[in-house]
Design a protein around this ligand. Structure first.
Ligand code: PMP
Length: 439
């Protein structure tokens, strides 16, 4: 092929100025990352002119796909009026009203600039409110890059520790030991083991942090009784229950939390609620959120961010979330059910050891016979990893863009047509995997 590969050439330049040639390790791949030209609806075109149906949607952040005309129009109008000010704006109030009206437990909300920042400020709010330092989180769950939130997603099983006593393993070299000591790791969906660990730290835990359908833990929903047990424990111990709905808010009109009998005290959000722009937010109980309140005689958590609630993000988010109404949620979730069902049929037809997990508009394909129940189960062996790489490369070749765990995040502009293309490509991918790595 005499055609110049523009992505390869750009990567050569990138390596000279960006560490490893990339700004986000999650989108790194060899021989070179893909570089985008443009996106429209659910189609992305790279700089070599190759087109993909986008099932990654910037890691679940584009609920309406790319450049949705209504969202774009609203953004352009705002950009022409200015992008960021040392002033508050009406649209931030409007957007706060909209999000608070969607979720019964959202009495107050604060906007920030990323999911990482939302989880961080939420944890700090819980500490300020309870006067306690420790947090508990599920083994392997990803919650962004705050030291305390990122503990315990390790790629090395030798570091995991015993199943009923998971280690507090750092992700980054140099993480302070003190930070590790202040994070208590609990097994997923296992009430007796989780409670046994929590009970060793009564009096010290400010909050339990839980993603109700954690991607890294296998994208299996938290059981009702697990969530209720954690809720009850936090009531008894004067601690808080925090949900990370940075990804899962898309699962219901009121987030994935609407599926449970109990409500978290605070919820972190991000991704989709920015309408395509950088965003984070956390919301919940008014008394807890008052730690941020500058009108209090003593502000327990002085908190700001230069670009927090900037009007471009607020306009984009407000417009996108107005479009993501009851009807849109129902439609996209039905599409998710349709996709999971079709993929299950393909798995059966091909006879590969694989399964599919997920909820609503999110799904993950595992090259494992048994549906994983926690992080240890979902963790891939070297052979499973090699098989997954074949499947992902096959998908990319055939114009399907997935998240690198073989997860798909649907957008509202998709129809059954795109889902059927996805399923066909996965099916031929399963056949290819079986040929190369018989299971
Ligand atoms: N929590 C969860 C569950 C996430 O998936 C992510 C991002 N993948 C974050 C937090 C961090 O969000 P951000 O990348 O916007 O900082």
């Amino acid at each position: 092929n005499s055609q110049i590969n523009k992505s390869a050439a750009l990567f050569e330049r990138a390596k000279k100025v960006l560490p490893g040639g990339i700004s986000r390790n999650t989108i790194f791949k060899l021989p070179h990352p893909d570089y985008v030209e443009k996106g429209e609806g659910c189609i992305v075109t790279d700089i070599n002119g190759k087109q993909y149906i986008d099932f990654a949607n910037n890691m679940a952040s584009l609920i309406h796909g790319h450049a949705h005309p209504i969202v774009t129009k609203a953004i352009v109008e705002q950009v022409q009026k200015g992008t960021a000010f040392t002033m508050a704006s009406e649209v931030e109030v409007q957007y706060a009203e909209l999000l608070c009206s969607r979720v019964p437990g959202f009495e107050k909300i604060r906007f920030v600039n990323s999911g990482t920042e939302a989880v961080m400020a939420m944890i700090k709010s819980a500490r300020a409110f309870t006067g306690k330092a420790k947090i508990a989180k599920v083994e392997g769950a990803y919650h962004g890059a705050y030291d305390y939130a990122e503990v315990s997603q390790t790629a090395n099983p030798n570091n995991w520790g015993q199943e009923d006593k998971p280690n507090s393993v750092p992700v980054a070299y140099g993480t302070p030991e003190k930070a590790l000591d202040d994070v208590i790791i609990i097994p997923y969906n296992d009430i007796p083991k989780a409670l046994e660990i929590l009970d060793k730290h009564t009096g010290d835990i400010a909050a339990i942090l839980l993603d109700p359908v954690s991607h890294r833990v296998g994208m299996v929903p938290a059981n009702d009784d697990f969530v209720e047990a954690l809720y009850e424990w936090t009531r008894k111990q004067k601690a808080l229950l925090l949900f990370d709905e940075v990804i899962t808010f898309r699962v219901g009109f009121s987030g994935a939390q609407q599926r449970y009998k109990v409500s978290p005290d605070l919820t972190a959000m991000g991704k989709m609620i920015g309408g395509g722009f950088p965003v984070g937010a956390f919301a919940g109980r008014s008394d807890v959120m008052s730690v941020l309140d500058p009108t209090q005689p003593k502000v327990l958590l002085p908190h700001s961010g230069t670009f927090s609630a900037n009007p471009v993000t607020m306009v984009a988010g407000l417009t996108a979330m107005k479009l993501f109404d009851h009807n849109a949620v129902e439609k996209i979730n039905a599409l998710g059910d349709f996709a999971r069902e079709k993929i299950r049929l393909s798995i059966k037809k091909v006879g590969i050891k694989a399964c599919v997990t997920g909820a609503g508009s999110m799904l993950r394909v595992h090259l494992k016979a048994k549906v994983p129940t926690n992080y240890r189960d979902a963790f891939m062996s070297a052979q499973e990893n090699a098989a997954l790489k074949i499947l992902l490369a096959h998908s990319t070749e055939n114009g399907i863009m997935l998240i690198n765990t073989c997860s798909a995040m649907l957008s509202t502009v998709m129809t059954e047509k795109e889902i059927l293309i996805l399923c066909n490509v996965l099916e031929s991918g399963f056949i290819k995997v079986l040929k190369q790595i018989p299971s």
